[in-house]
Ligand binder design. Sequence first.
Ligand SMILES: C[S@@+](CC[C@H](N)C(=O)[O-])C[C@H]1O[C@@H](n2cnc3c(N)ncnc32)[C@H](O)[C@@H]1O
Length: 257
Amino acid sequence: MSEIVFQQGYADQYDLFYGDKDYEAECDLLEQAFNRYGTEPVRSILDLGCGTGNHSIPLARRGYQVNGVDLSENMLAHAVEKAGKEALNPAPIFTQGDVCNVNLGKQFDVVLMMFAVLGYQLSNEAVLASLLNVRNHLKPGGLFIFDVWYGPAVLAIRPSDRVKIIPTRDGKVIRAASGSLDTRHQLGDVRYHIWRLSGDRVINETEESHAMRFFFAMELELLLASCGLKLESLTAFPSLEKPADETSWNVLGVAKA
Ligand SMILES: C[S@@+](CC[C@H](N)C(=O)[O-])C[C@H]1O[C@@H](n2cnc3c(N)ncnc32)[C@H](O)[C@@H]1O
């Protein structure tokens, strides 16, 4: 089980920080992968590490039966609230659980781990437990689609310090991120410091540290294979065409049960 991150302060600002991430386009990309690699029409989707529901909700809107699972109650609370504002039929179901051992007692056509959820599983044991759990929740021939930090690019580019300033109704939110690498354990550590300002006054301050594992292609192939999953494709995120290389910090993987 991974250490719980996405506490309230970070979770409450999550959709604000990633307002520029095009989740609808990512759902288009997922559907492209369903069509290209799926053997059966996709109806049911398990979104592991669903966060605030940014894939689960648009996929439910497109008619899929979606179950979202996340460890963070704070992230799930936002997912439930957002889904509740729409008359979705079928509505997505959100469950608190750990990707390493949650058991929903059924199998799906597709399992997702989007936006580096696999990278939050730091040890080999945790990665293997989560991949085995993915396999157990997939129908034979089902697809596992995920994105992770890609080792060759992380080592070539290296983490840098970044500041993001997002205007809000009454002020702004500032997020400073600084990163370091632990190459022995294939980990990047990103430290976030967040200030919420009303006018010029700081009304809230939060700090969170996210350790993120990065992966290499042959390692992924082996880990997946040992859990009964065959890597079909590894491309530069968000493309299903461009091969992963040392310029692709995030890569998109498609594996088949
Ligand atoms: C970067 S967010 C991605 C959320 C969502 N998939 C998205 O694309 O917006 C990573 C999510 O993974 C969840 N997570 C990390 N480790 C987990 C675990 N072991 N079990 C369940 N959820 C986990 C976190 O709580 C967080 O919501």
